[in-house]
Design a protein around this ligand. Structure first.
Ligand SMILES: Cc1ncc(COP(=O)(O)O)c(C=O)c1O
Length: 427
């Protein structure tokens, strides 16, 4: 490590205030002072290409978003108990991106809050508390969600009312897809039966349609719809967590559930929604909202305020005017083709993964996941001034998930850096 004295001092002050437990990326952490579009500027003056962050969806410090935020903040910012056209305009615009039956929205301030609300709604509508989540996932910080967190460390044990499901990956499971599918659905049946026998019943199944935290497994056709069908037959609701998979990330679809062929009862979203401004939402149907809304006064001070609505609108406008989904689709296809070449030319690359601007490379040696290679590549990319990360239960899958504002000018920089990082890998 050749951390400068100034950086070391800042880390020390951070440890004494925020505490040392919130991890920092990289052996030598980066300290950014500004960002624009898909480029960061570090304290040293060096520029880094952002191949990782999905929150600055339409680009860091995007002019349209910043202007909308500043103008509305200078005009009026108030909660939803006063009539305001901006929040209604935004709601209409957001809901127009969903299939017709998903036509109601409740706003929040974070992905955690949206998931918490969706679970609360599901519990009330079903009269049950049982939950099913994947066995390597993350949905947020609240107590309810901590009790169903399987993808990072929490002191809370899994709730007695929670069952987990292993999401299969055809890139690592050698069995025929039909057999893999049948096994997983049988495991789901067993989980549902166990919740019912224990008296919890089934409130909901909560999952990310792209299984991002899980490491983007290549799931058998029919898996996601099969899960939803069984959950519904058991009286449960289906919650699609679109915090990572939504807002055009797949390139081909605005929503991950449409990409995955899933028909959810509740959709939760956050991160890219406000391009860094904290906002989130639960989208659902009129029937569900009527049931919940008529029995609960849902009031959320900061959620759905005019500034957030202005920001949310600016994000949607920017996406449309810059054609960001189409671009994600084209760039994603080109990048995936190159990732596949990498998989073909390096024995330690087990598979190329992903869709749109959410891509990965899975590393393994003789069938054993190789997180050490993923770490090497992430660090090596940093030395080439390109930021990416890694995911999956073994942390062996590269996570390449740049802002959707990524363009054809930047893609070769990322791909060339990755190619040379792979060449430098020492196994
Ligand atoms: C899939 C998913 N759901 C929910 C959350 C929680 O969102 P937030 O950190 O905004 O509360 C995250 C955050 O990483 C996430 O990745």
């Amino acid at each position: 490590m050749n951390t400068t004295p100034a950086t070391a001092a800042l880390i020390e002050r951070r440890n004494r205030t925020i505490g040392p437990y919130s991890p920092l990326f990289y052996n030598e952490p980066l300290q950014f002072v500004s960002a624009k579009g898909v480029w960061f500027t570090e304290a040293s003056g060096d520029r880094y290409l952002d191949g990782y962050n999905n929150v600055p969806h339409v680009g860091h410090c995007n002019d349209r978003v910043v202007r909308a935020l500043a103008e509305q903040a200078a005009t009026l910012n108030i909660h939803t108990r006063y009539l305001n056209n901006r929040v209604v305009d935004y709601s209409e615009r957001l809901l127009a991106t969903f299939r017709p039956e998903l036509d109601r929205v409740l706003f929040g301030n974070s992905g955690s809050e949206a998931n918490e609300l969706a679970i609360r709604i599901a519990r009330q509508l079903t009269g049950s508390t049982g939950m099913i989540v994947s066995d390597y996932s993350y949905h947020g910080t609240t107590i309810t969600l901590a009790e169903m967190t399987t993808g990072l460390t929490t002191r809370e044990p899994l709730g007695a009312h929670v069952r987990t499901l292993r999401i299969p990956d055809l890139d690592t499971d050698p069995r025929p897809a039909a057999e893999v599918l049948a096994t997983t659905l049988a495991e789901l049946d067993a989980a549902i039966a166990s919740l019912q026998e224990a008296g919890f019943g089934l409130a909901a199944c909560l999952f990310d349609p792209l299984f991002s935290t899980e490491g983007m497994p290549r799931v058998p056709a029919g898996l996601v719809a099969g899960i939803a069908g069984r959950v519904r037959r058991a009286g449960g609701m289906v919650i699609a967590d679109e915090v990572q998979s939504g807002f055009g990330r797949t390139g081909s679809h605005m929503w991950g559930h449409d990409y995955a062929g899933l028909d959810p009862d509740l959709v939760t979203m956050g991160k890219p929604m406000g391009n860094g401004h904290p906002m989130s939402a639960v989208v659902t149907s009129e029937r569900v909202l009527n049931d919940f809304g008529s029995r609960n006064e849902y009031f959320n001070t900061f959620a759905g305020n005019p500034v957030s609505a202005a920001v949310g609108e600016a994000v949607l406008t920017e996406m449309a005017e810059e054609g960001l989904m189409d671009r994600a689709s084209q760039l994603g296809a080109a990048a995936l083709a190159r990732f596949q070449e990498f998989a073909g030319s390096h024995e330690f690359v087990r598979a190329a993964k992903g869709t749109g601007l959410f891509l990965g490379l899975d590393f393994a040696i003789d069938g054993t996941p190789a997180p050490q290679i993923a770490k090497q590549v992430v660090e090596s990319m940093k030395s080439k001034k390109v930021l990416i990360s890694r995911i999956g239960r073994d942390e062996s899958v590269l996570k390449v998930r740049p802002p959707l504002a990524f363009s054809g000018a930047e893609l070769p920089i990322l791909l060339d850096a990755l190619e040379s990082a792979l060449q430098e890998v020492s196994v």
